[in-house]
Write a protein that binds this ligand. Structure first.
Ligand code: PAF
Length: 281
């Protein structure tokens, strides 16, 4: 495994591999890798001749007052996990090389970026789509893997790839959870033990919604009301949004069907966590 920090060196490596007829699978991350990332790497290993992992805490997708400065980083542990997962290249560029002086170009997917996380975090998805486009241009992957925990991000990236005719296959991978249900996230490291206990209300509320759906309840507002009550029993929580949407269009649904997904974002103390689940799938 090699670590490449330079954009031009990464481009050269990818060009050489493509010229030799190799396929490249790519897992973009912001580092502080956990078992969710590991599952992407394991699948990526099967999907291409070569596996590239990027580690880049992308300032463009953080808003003012968000956690850019304290975002957890551990390149040493990440390197070990990547080596064990069979990564060929870690691409870890600097901010200055990705956004050099005079940088002015942005990729903006409209519509589905204004809702849900996009409404709470203006500019977030513009930062994501810009950096992912740049990474795709640099690495030239045949396939790229993203976690379904960031459900809206996956939908936005699929839209971008379709709209901009990018020659990369996008794979969405299932959410990986702790044994007690907490969805894995690098931001879980911010939680105190008590906050972590209260954060379990997120996965518990998704399980409740799935049970209500299985019992025949179809009214989204009624399901959301029950979910809201369950989460709000925990004093450290503050709900950012709870929405039931169509899994592909992300249109809000008043009645649920086989394509309904419950998406939620909840602050636990100062930590904002997201989670989601299909309701009938
Ligand atoms: O999901 C993430 O970790 C980031 O949003 C991504 C896709 C690596 C872009 O910075």
């Amino acid at each position: 495994m090699i670590i490449i920090n330079s954009v031009s060196e990464m481009q050269r490596w990818s060009q050489e591999q493509k010229a030799a007829g190799k396929t490249i699978a790519f897992v973009p991350t912001m580092g502080f890798l956990h078992a969710g990332h590991h599952s992407l790497l394991v699948e990526g290993r099967n999907r291409g001749d070569l596996l590239v992992l990027s580690i880049f805490v992308n300032p463009a997708q953080f808003g003012v007052g968000e956690d850019l400065d304290v975002y957890p980083r551990d390149l040493c542990a990440d390197t070990q996990l990547a080596a064990e997962a069979g990564v060929n290249v870690i691409f870890a560029p600097t901010v200055a090389s990705m956004y050099p002086r005079g940088y002015t170009t942005w990729v903006d997917v409209e519509g589905i970026t204004d809702i849900l996380c996009g409404a709470s975090r203006p500019g977030h998805f513009r930062g994501v789509t810009t950096v992912v486009s740049k990474l795709f241009n640099i690495i030239q992957p045949d396939v790229a893997l993203f976690g379904c925990k960031d459900f809206q991000q996956l939908a936005v990236i699929r839209r971008m790839v379709l709209d901009l005719n990018m020659l990369v296959e996008i794979i969405g991978m299932p959410i990986v959870r702790e044994a007690d249900g907490l969805a894995l996230s690098s931001r879980n490291s911010y939680l105190s033990p008590e906050e972590r206990r209260q954060a379990l209300s997120l996965s518990a509320s998704l399980a409740l919604a799935r049970r209500l759906a299985a019992e025949g309840l179809r009214d989204s507002a009624a399901i959301i009301a029950r979910v809201r009550d369950l989460i709000s029993m925990n004093p450290a929580t503050r709900i950012d949004y709870l929405q039931i949407c169509h899994q592909f269009s992300l249109q809000v649904q008043a009645q649920i069907d086989a394509d309904s997904v419950l998406l939620l974002a909840v602050f636990i103390g100062k930590t904002r966590l997201i989670d989601n689940s299909l309701l009938l799938g």
